[in-house]
Design a protein around this ligand. Structure first.
Ligand code: PLP
Length: 373
C-alpha cells in the first residue's frame, strides 16, 4: 500500500464517516422538500448535521449554506458581486483558482483588482491599510495557502478593514477561502469577524462534492442562486443529506481529536529538520499550517514526484487543481516570493490527522536514497 502524503489535495473518509454516508443514503433517501413524514425526517437529519457543524464552528446554523464544495461556495459569492455596481477588490496574490479565476470575470465587468504583498510568509496590515480606499468593496484573503501552508493574519486584516469602514459609510465585505484552515488551524469565524468563508468536506476526511459557504450576516447579502429555494434561497438544488451528515461526522472526528495539531507539528518538525540536514531549501515556515510542508527538490517537480511515487510515496508538486493547468502552481509560488527556479522544483508533502510519524520517517529514508545519501 502506498504512503499517502497528499492530504491538502484530498483525504480519505474514515470508516465511520463512510458507513454513515452509505447508511444515510439508504435510510433517508427521500427528498427533504417532500411533505410526507419520510421527507420531513430527511430534512430533520439534514438540519441536525447543519446544527452540529454550527456548534463546532461556534456560529449560528442560519449562517451556514451547504454547497457542493469550496469552488461552488466561492462561485456563489463572487458571481453575486456582479449584482453590485463595479468597484474595487483587494486580494492576496496567491489565492486558489476557485477564487482567483473569478478576478478575471470581475475585471471584465469593470472591477479593479489590487494585490497585497506576501513577505516572509505573511501579509502586512499596513500594506492593506495603504491600499484601502473609499472604492474598495471586497477584501479577499485565504486563511491558509494550499501550496506552502502559510497562515495569513485574517483577524488582524479584518480589524484593519473595520477601521477603514469607520471612516466612511460603506460596508467592506471580507471573504476568506478557509479550505485548508478548517480543523487544521485555530480558525474562529466569530472572533476573526470575516463576512464570508468557504469550505470543502473532503479536506477533513469527509466526502467529495460537499462543502459550506459561511455568511456572517445572511440577510444582508443577496446571493445569485436560482432554483427551488433550498438553503433559505441561498443555494437551490436538492440537498445532499448523506453528504452533509458525513461532513458533520468527519468534522466532529477532527474537533474531538484535541492533539491533532500537536502531533502534526511534531511530524512537520521532524521532516523539516531532516530536509534541512539534507541541505534542501524549505518554502514553508513554522508559523504556517502544521499539515503542509513544501520544499525544493534537486529535480523538476514532476520527475521527483514520479520517483517518489515509484517508491510508494504519494506527494504533490503544488495544488492538485493546478496540475491540470501547468505553470499556475509556479506562478502562485512566485507570488509568495519563491524564486522561479525553486518553484519549478517544489514538492508539497501534506498530512491529515491520522498521518503517523513512522510513515514520515519512511518518507525521509526514501528522500535520502533519492538524494544519494
Ligand atoms: N481553496 C483551496 C485553498 C483549496 O485547497 C481547494 C482545493 O484544493 C479549493 C479551494 C477548492 O476546493 P474544491 O475542489 O473542494 O471545491
Amino acid at each position: 500500500m502506498a504512503f499517502y502524503f497528499d492530504n491538502a489535495a484530498t483525504t480519505k473518509m474514515s470508516e465511520k464517516t463512510l458507513e454513515l454516508y452509505t447508511s444515510t443514503s439508504s435510510l433517508y433517501f427521500e427528498n427533504p422538500s417532500s411533505l410526507y413524514p419520510e421527507g420531513i425526517k430527511a430534512k430533520e437529519i439534514n438540519e441536525k448535521a447543519r446544527q452540529s457543524i454550527a456548534t463546532l464552528l461556534k456560529v449560528s446554523p442560519s449562517s451556514l449554506v451547504f454547497t457542493s464544495g469550496a469552488t461552488e461556495g466561492a462561485s456563489l459569492f463572487f458571481s453575486s458581486l456582479l449584482l453590485l455596481p463595479a468597484s474595487e477588490l483587494i486580494s492576496s496574490p496567491c489565492e486558489h483558482e476557485a477564487v482567483s479565476s473569478w478576478y478575471k470575470v470581475l475585471e471584465h465587468f469593470g472591477w479593479k483588482i489590487t494585490y497585497l504583498k506576501v513577505k516572509n510568509g505573511t501579509i502586512n496590515c499596513d500594506d492593506l491599510k495603504e491600499k484601502l480606499n473609499s472604492k474598495v468593496k471586497v477584501v479577499s484573503v485565504m486563511a491558509t495557502n494550499n501550496v506552502t501552508g502559510f497562515n495569513f493574519p485574517i483577524a488582524d486584516l479584518v480589524k484593519t478593514v473595520r477601521e477603514e469602514e469607520k471612516k466612511g459609510t460603506k460596508k467592506i465585505l471580507f471573504f476568506s477561502d478557509s479550505v485548508q484552515a478548517l480543523g487544521k488551524t485555530n480558525l474562529c469565524l466569530k472572533d476573526s469577524g470575516v463576512d464570508v468563508a468557504c469550505f470543502s468536506a473532503h479536506k477533513v476526511n469527509g466526502p467529495k462534492g460537499v462543502g459550506l459557504l459561511y455568511l456572517r450576516n445572511p440577510a444582508s447579502f443577496q446571493i445569485l442562486s436560482k432554483g427551488g429555494g433550498q438553503e433559505n434561497g441561498k443555494r437551490g438544488g436538492t440537498e445532499n443529506v448523506s453528504g452533509n451528515v458525513a461532513f458533520s461526522n468527519a468534522l466532529t472526528e477532527w474537533y474531538s481529536d484535541e492533539s491533532r495539531e500537536k502531533r502534526a507539528r511534531e511530524i512537520w518538525e521532524t521532516l523539516y529538520v531532516e530536509l534541512n540536514n539534507l541541505g534542501l531549501k524549505i518554502n514553508s515556515i513554522n508559523s504556517g499550517s502544521p499539515f503542509i510542508l513544501s520544499f525544493v527538490s534537486p529535480l523538476p517537480s514532476e520527475v521527483y514526484m514520479r520517483k517518489l511515487s515509484d517508491k510508494g510515496f504519494l506527494v504533490s508538486s503544488g495544488s492538485a487543481c493546478s496540475n491540470n493547468a501547468k505553470g499556475k502552481s509556479e506562478k502562485i509560488l512566485s507570488s509568495m516570493g519563491i524564486k522561479s527556479e525553486d518553484a519549478k522544483r517544489t514538492i508539497r508533502v501534506s498530512f491529515d490527522k491520522s498521518t503517523k510519524l513512522s510513515d514520515v520517517k519512511a518518507l525521509i529514508e526514501a528522500i535520502k536514497e533519492l538524494n544519494g545519501r
